[in-house]
Design a protein around this ligand. Sequence first.
Ligand SMILES: Nc1ncnc2c1ncn2[C@@H]1O[C@H](COP(=O)(O)OP(=O)(O)O)[C@@H](O)[C@H]1O
Ligand SMILES: [Mg+2]
Length: 135
Amino acid sequence: MTEPNGASITFENVGKAYSKSGGTTVTALEGVSLAMAPGSITGIIGRSGAGKSTLLRMVNGIERPTAGSVLVGGQNVGAAKGSKLRAIRRDVGMIFQHFNLLASRSVAGNIALPLEIAGVPSSQIKPRVADLIER
Ligand SMILES: Nc1ncnc2c1ncn2[C@@H]1O[C@H](COP(=O)(O)OP(=O)(O)O)[C@@H](O)[C@H]1O
Ligand SMILES: [Mg+2]
């Protein structure tokens, strides 16, 4: 699904201020506007502390903007909560720096885990896992 501007990910004047203990705030992002076209590949570069991780975490709602809006596939991620936010997160793949894989599970088992949690029947999980490993 795309936004009215034809993009699949849109940031509109997004700001993020982190509140710290003692009442101080850190402005991680201010006035960020961008639009990513469906199927395009975008790289985000910047020095350490520039706000790359903060920006990325807003795409699947791990962080919420404190100003502006984040639209992904036509949905306002920054405003989504509960089951709606979980549904959006299931559609946004994210590979973390440290992978967060379970050592107690095989590769196939790690791939299957989110499908198991989502309640997908094992008859559907098996071909899906095989297809993804093949890729
Ligand atoms: N949870 C947090 N609480 C307070 N400040 C944070 C938090 N996460 C990031 N920051 C601050 O926000 C700024 C941007 O951080 P970050 O998005 O991690 O940048 P990058 O990934 O580009 O290195 C930095 O000044 C960082 O210290
Ligand atoms: Mg980072």
